[in-house]
Design a protein around this ligand. Sequence first.
Ligand code: COA
Length: 387
Amino acid sequence: MPGLSLRTMTDIQLSGRPVISATGLFTPEESITNEELVASFNEYVDRFNAANAEAIEVGETEALTYSSVEFIEKASGIKARHVMSKQPILDPDVMGPRWDERGNDEWSMMAEIGVTAAKQALERAGRKPEDVDAVLCAASNMERPYPAMAIEIQQALGIEGFGFDMNVACSSATFGIQTAADYVRAGNAKSVLVVSPEITSGHLNWRDRDSHFIFGDVATAVLVEDAAIAPEQHWDILSTKLKTVFSNNIRNNFGFLNRASPEGVGEPDKLFVQEGRKVFKEVVPMVAQMIIEEAEKLQMDPKTLRRLWLHQANAGMNRLIAQRVLGHEANDDESPTVLDTYGNTSSAGSIIAFHLNSDDLVAGDTGLICSFGAGYSAGAVFVRRVG
Ligand code: COA
């Protein structure tokens, strides 16, 4: 190609190959241990049962039952969770996060924590905001319907171009990565930030014994870029695969046509509800099969995957999925968990696992970022370390 510089020719050769240039993580300072959570829950149970003693006595109301630290850890692997608002969650009279409503001239909470994670990703990639083309805010819950959180994050970072929100529950981040990768593949963008501020404490029913221990708050960011501009050290995105199958087994009916009361009391279906056992049984085979089939398409033996960064919802689910994919029981090195300290952080979970447990891999190592959750939805991102 006469007339083209070497740099331009390299760009053309590499153009359209999506990579992960860097990731970022924001972790709230406050954390709640199982012991603290259960003490508060059981105090609520005592108060409820005392206040309703007569109705319970005559069988009109069912007495509430204690939660237990042992059950929580055994059933889920969760030992603690970070939250944006600890004290009200532990107050048996409130049992939910509370914060002052922010004015229109203040950064919203999701934007604030999303920006912190995004700045870290940009810094790690050596990327300036003005070189980013788009921002996707991919999360389970949005603070408001519009203007999009992504556009506020874009503005706060000083990014030109465009942004929009997307919600695929626990799979939002992996769906965001594929969307960003597709922009790169199509040549519509060279640098896309996928930001996942997950303030899941807001959708959790802290009075529900079956699920009060599940969720925690966090924000992650993934910078998906064209290999042509990526830093020397990055992760090639070898393939992405998404899948959805409708299910009511994880559901939240909150919406703008159907709002929950400010306390979230009396309307538990406007918060997170699930049939945990059914989720477990139905999602494990669906996800394992998706991973194995996609590996086959890549002509890759899934057993050769060096590491799985799986969705962080339940340690037992991860154990089973990893076993089916790798053909043996995975150790912590092969399938690291962050459940113990972060709990289930919805779509951010697999990204936290990747962010905290990927620096030790070497060039050529392959791994899998994988999410699954409500929808049902599942997303797989096969990556290979470069540099
Ligand atoms: N403390 C003590 N006991 C509890 C309890 C608590 N907080 N919550 C429930 N139990 C009891 C139940 O009453 C039940 O008792 P029973 O057998 O006498 O009726 C027993 O523990 C088992 O309850 P179950 O809900 O069936 O527990 P489980 O072992 O299935 O674990 C989950 C529950 C939710 C942790 C588990 O099913 C799970 O994680 N599933 C997947 C969830 C998931 O990934 N969701 C995605 C969200 S994005």
